[in-house]
Design a protein around this ligand. Structure first.
Ligand code: G4P
Length: 530
């Protein structure tokens, strides 16, 4: 039987932003519209605190909440919407990058006053790399910010993508009157602090309609007409195909906290965003409509209760139908496993499910079988591509403070690495453990969790490496010479792949020049390309 109807209904996406732009607020409002939550405040707490100094208990508490809010599913307009949460804190950027492999599209939130910020650019780079369709929501129009046309220019320039406004603000800050919906040609008037669903939509099909002057005032109406005319002249009409290819980003304006412009965004999202898309494997492309089940693990979350070591692995379904208590291939381990209690995240209520479809994300209880990037499927032995480990930026040597606990420490470290908290490199000779991360906060998380979950104490000593590159070569002689001359800088990753720890950009360039037959890879993706 075909799963087409179920596949067509699903919309799986992530909301991304620079911290503070309003991602959490927007998520919450979308959930309110979807009836998944009854009041504001439920998602708010899921944010990792933005302060640099971290409070361990806070991290723990937030890890707990973030399981619940990692995936939020609800039904709206006959669609099943799956929102995948992405941490805003830059130290968890790698987690966000991995989550982006599990979504089919993205809503990018921009603060009207701050415009494009550093984190936005990095996130957008990943979207561009993956050709993920992006909708941009410009938030906080109730405050003064950058002029709308300037902001569109900035988006195109800094994010390297063409934009098409689908809504347009009437004024801003104190003068913010509302949003004209270019897509639907309707006018939505602004009244601050709205908590319910807006019913103030006046339909205006012709901007020359004199009633517009009465509704928003003559000056504003003229200004709006002029601006819409300019938009017509300057920006291409919305082309859904170009959006789906990741070439054009439609732009919406609004104020998330005031629940304004959010429903327009959600309605348009339901209409234009893609249904679940296929994924590439090392063997062939897999399409959602393929009858055999397949999926991949993109996130692993440890159980908060130290007495229960099981973890939750998040599986994104790519094709076929997932069924409870059915044996599937665990491709890497070459074994068959079945799941008695797979959970869904519908309406934040974790409940056991019997079946799930492409686009869905389900939670699988795991006693240590899974690593990030693992494939589960039926039939052929292929592995999904595109869940890379990124070259870390901060390195520390891990020292065991209690020799009696070295077994616990080893086990703990391996499990934390499988969860993708950080990357482990074992330096040869001497088996020194170097931990690499993208952010400082991970080291605090690691030492706290090693102590509290595995009873092992450790200390970190900074190492001033600049980058870890995975190295491969067809020239075994050259590789052997390189390894001999760089012994101090060679390590193995957790899968025993060779890694070069470069101390400076200069030394890396030198190595690349001196050893032309060696490839220096910046992500671990090469393993699947090989
Ligand atoms: P984030 O997840 O992207 O980090 O941002 P979050 O939603 O937490 O929003 C950051 C701050 O911006 C919050 O204020 C939030 O209330 C505010 N905000 C969100 N949307 C709008 C908007 O449309 N207009 C205005 N004026 N503010 C908005 P806060 O002071 O950090 O938190 P809180 O005390 O308000 O909860």
């Amino acid at each position: 039987m075909s799963n087409t109807v179920e596949i067509e209904k699903r919309r799986t996406f992530g909301i991304i932003s620079h911290p503070d732009a309003g991602k959490t607020t927007l998520t919450e409002k979308l959930l309110l519209f979807g009836g998944a939550i009854q009041s504001a405040g439920a998602v708010k707490n899921s944010k990792i605190k933005k302060t640099a100094t971290s409070d361990f208990m806070e991290i723990e508490k937030q890890r707990g909440i973030s399981v619940a809010t990692s995936v939020m599913a609800f039904n709206y307009n006959n669609k099943q919407i799956n929102i995948l949460d992405t941490p805003g804190h830059k130290d968890f950027a790698e987690d966000t990058f991995r989550t982006l492999t599990a979504v089919d599209s993205v809503i990018l939130v921009i603060d009207v006053a701050s415009g494009v910020e550093a984190q936005t650019e990095r996130l957008m780079e990943v979207c561009r790399m993956r050709k993920t369709p992006v909708i941009i929501f410009i938030n906080k129009l109730d405050r003064d910010g950058k002029e709308s046309f300037d902001l569109l220019d900035e988006l195109e320039e800094k994010l390297d993508i063409r934009v098409t406004p689908l809504s347009w603000p009437i004024g801003m800050g104190d003068r913010f009157k509302g949003v004209y919906n270019i897509y639907k040609k309707s006018l939505n008037l602004f009244s601050p602090n709205k908590t319910g669903i807006s019913d103030d939509i006046s339909s205006i099909s012709d901007l020359n309609d004199p009633s517009l002057n009465e509704i928003i005032g003559e000056t504003e109406a003229d200004e709006l007409r002029e601006e819409i005319e300019m938009i017509d002249g300057v920006y291409d009409h919305f082309d859904r195909e170009a959006y789906l290819k990741g070439d054009v980003a439609p732009v919406f304006f609004g104020s998330a906290v005031n629940n304004f412009g959010v429903q327009e965004l959600l309605n348009a999202f339901c209409e234009i965003s893609p249904s679940p898309r296929g994924r590439n494997t090392d063997l062939k492309a897999i399409e959602p409509a393929d009858p055999k089940f397949s999926g991949f693990i993109f996130k692993i979350h440890a159980n908060l209760d130290p007495k229960h070591r099981d973890r939750i692995a998040f599986l994104r379904i790519v094709s076929g139908k997932f069924e409870r208590n059915t044996f599937y291939n665990h491709v890497r381990l070459k074994k068959k496993i079945k799941f008695a209690n797979p959970t869904s995240f519908l309406a934040q209520d974790k409940s056991v499910i019997d079946e799930a479809y492409p686009g869905d994300v389900i939670g699988l209880y795991d006693s240590g079988n899974f690593k990030i990037g693992d494939t589960l499927n039926q039939g052929e032995n292929f592995m999904f591509k595109g869940i890379p480990s990124f070259s870390p930026e901060i390195f520390m040597e891990l020292e065991n403070l209690d020799p009696m606990k070295s077994k616990q420490l080893d086990k703990g470290i391996r499990q934390l690495m499988d969860e993708g908290v950080a990357q482990l490199f074992i330096q040869q000779p001497g088996s020194r453990k170097i931990i690499g991360t993208v952010g400082q906060l991970q080291f605090e998380v690691i030492s706290y969790r090693l102590e509290h979950e595995y009873g092992a104490k450790c200390r970190f000593t900074p190492k001033n490496y600049f980058k870890a590159c995975w190295i491969t070569s067809d020239n075994s002689e050259q590789l052997a010479t390189f390894k001999r001359s760089k012994t101090r800088y060679i390590a193995l990753d957790k899968d025993e792949n060779l890694v070069f720890l470069a101390e400076t950009p200069f030394l890396l360039t030198m190595a690349e020049q001196d050893y032309p037959d060696i490839k220096f890879h910046k992500t671990s993706e090469f393993k699947l390309d090989a």
